[in-house]
Design a protein around this ligand. Structure first.
Ligand SMILES: N[C@@H](CCC(=O)N[C@@H](CS)C(=O)NCC(=O)O)C(=O)O
Length: 233
């Protein structure tokens, strides 16, 4: 496989999944960032849903990048089928369960969006409770010793949850914490993921500042509370 291009947005958690998988496998790739607030015509012409990530695979010289891959889960599956080391487990039933937890990870990303866009206190508290409920369920699914989701081997599920936890780093910087006080396995998993080289390298060096600025720029309860730190978070 050669000539991979990952069409990205600097803050996109779904892009990070693909970047982590590529980095875990030591597959060279180039990153092309697009502005999703002003999508370029070339991007709209090749992205069926107008979303990042896309993986452009240079399969033939005659029609380079003719068939962009879209949807992060599909991109990650393709990379896992074509490059080593495999991040999915070998046993079909275990692999199917991992895919189900990847879906769970996408739902959590939607819930996170609901939290940082909540327009008022009631929606904010409801979104926070919804996230707490998800994490209670996830805690019970995690390997008891870790350090990774399924024990000693880093898997695709780990690649999917690393970008999830990056939001909580930002929430903590904005003064909102306590999300993982009752979930020690997740707290330990999150710390291990934050130290993983592929996870660190999956975003630009100024990612944290950009994410904080993005969250603070919104007309949301979170941004209002972060701007008035005396309010109870
Ligand atoms: N299900 C998609 C979700 C991708 C997605 O929502 N990407 C966002 C950026 S993080 C996007 O491109 N949003 C622009 C839009 O929807 O117009 C995946 O897994 O790849």
């Amino acid at each position: 496989m050669s000539g991979l291009r990952l069409v990205s947005h600097v803050l996109c958690p779904y892009v990070q999944r693909a970047a982590i998988v590529l980095l875990e496998k030591n597959v060279p790739f180039t990153r092309v960032d697009v502005d999703l607030a002003a999508k370029p015509a070339w991007f709209l012409s090749i992205s069926p849903l107008g979303r990042t990530p896309l993986l452009l695979v240079d399969e033939t010289e005659a029609t380079p990048y003719a068939q962009p891959l879209f949807e992060s889960a599909v991109i990650c599956e393709y990379l896992d089928e074509t490059t080593l080391p495999r991040l999915h487990p070998a046993a079909p039933l275990v692999r199917a369960r991992h895919r189900a937890w990847i879906e769970f990870g996408s739902t959590v990303l939607n819930d996170i969006w609901g939290f940082y866009t909540a327009p008022d206190a009631a929606a904010y508290e409801a979104a926070r409770d919804r996230l707490a409920g998800r994490f209670a369920i996830l805690e019970a699914a995690l390997h008891p010793q870790g350090p990774w989701f399924a024990g000693e081997t880093f898997s695709m599920v780990d690649a999917v949850f690393a970008p999830v936890f990056r939001y909580f780093d930002a929430f903590e910087r904005l003064g909102v914490d306590g999300f993982f006080d009752g979930t020690p396995r997740i707290a330990r998993w999150r710390a291990a993921l934050a130290d993983r080289p592929s996870v660190r390298q999956a975003v630009a060096p100024d990612f944290a500042e950009r994410l904080d600025a993005f969250l603070l720029s919104r007309e949301s309860e979170l941004a209002r509370r972060a701007r008035q730190p005396e309010t109870s978070l």
